[in-house]
Design a protein around this ligand. Sequence first.
Ligand code: IPM
Ligand code: MG
Length: 363
Amino acid sequence: MNFKITLLPGDGIGPEVVAEAVRVLETIAGKHKHTFSFQERLMGGCSIDKYGSSLTDETLADCQTSDAVLFGAVGGPKWDDPNAKDRPERGLLALRKGLGVFANLRPVKVHPALADHSPLKPEKLQGVDILILRELTGGLYFGQPKMREMKDGHQRAVDTLEYYDYEIKRIVDLAFELAKGRKKKVTSVDKANVLESSRLWRQVATQAGKENPDIELEHVLVDTASMKLITGPASFDVVVTENMFGDILTDEASVLAGSMGMLPSASLGEAGSRSGSEARMGLYEPIHGSAPDIAGKGIANPIGTILSAALLLRHSFELESEAVAIENGVHQTITAGARTADLGGMLTTRQMTDEIIKSIEEN
Ligand code: IPM
Ligand code: MG
């Protein structure tokens, strides 16, 4: 099969890790007789430097017309001025909105060999396998009005937390669908004791629960959820929540895995949104940031991006066994003791990838 992938390496360590994921994808293409063609574009700080915009219309259009997008990271001290006209992060938000990728999947699994890297006691981590679904194109990030003004002699700032029922329904439905292939439990996280938008969220989730009687549904308030992620992370299966709560909870949950460098993510559109197919348009990225402190040194952990490439094969190309081949390769490599610096090891970004590629080729 023939697929077109747009690469957005971005800033900081983004280019280093994306290059390694491309090598892994090429290994898979060779082994399974697929053709992946790659086109590379700028997004984030590097795009501000070159074009004066963090995401140009041309780049967005190129992403929209490809079969999937693989993204590294954006941002860095160079573009941190709070008064700047454009910021690297704006490009990412515009890309999410422009691609319509409303569902951000952030799986958190703890590799048994890495349990001692987590700040939590290893016995708490046993059996942890959480899939967090974060709503990605609504809520506080996008609600209008969003503004600043002078009022009664004071500066006043407003962000708006707004949800339509259909925005909640499509992500909650996806949570139930994904729970079917897992432990059959959905935890819907909200703040329904205070927020109106959360009361609508809970109402829609409850209705979806009635339509899926084979799946257990629980509602947990976001403050309680943040505590339970630390005190009893193994009790979660699929967690579904709004944009801002999901942003915060996914950083918290990532700590469980020992290093942020390990974790992938997939941001998906509606079923059928990948043109000419039943599959979903997807934006795939590691959950770590641009890590300016280690950029250019070749020591970043490429695994979060490599596992994101596996999610790309699964969700946008429907190549399940190829996705599993990458995941097995990573698992075996970690089991065999390969470690980058973030995991206390000495391997470079490239050497770690070499090990993973070797493992894929041998299986
Ligand atoms: C994330 C990041 C982004 C977000 C930033 C970079 C805009 O924190 O993907 O979690 O807040 O969504
Ligand atoms: Mg975040």
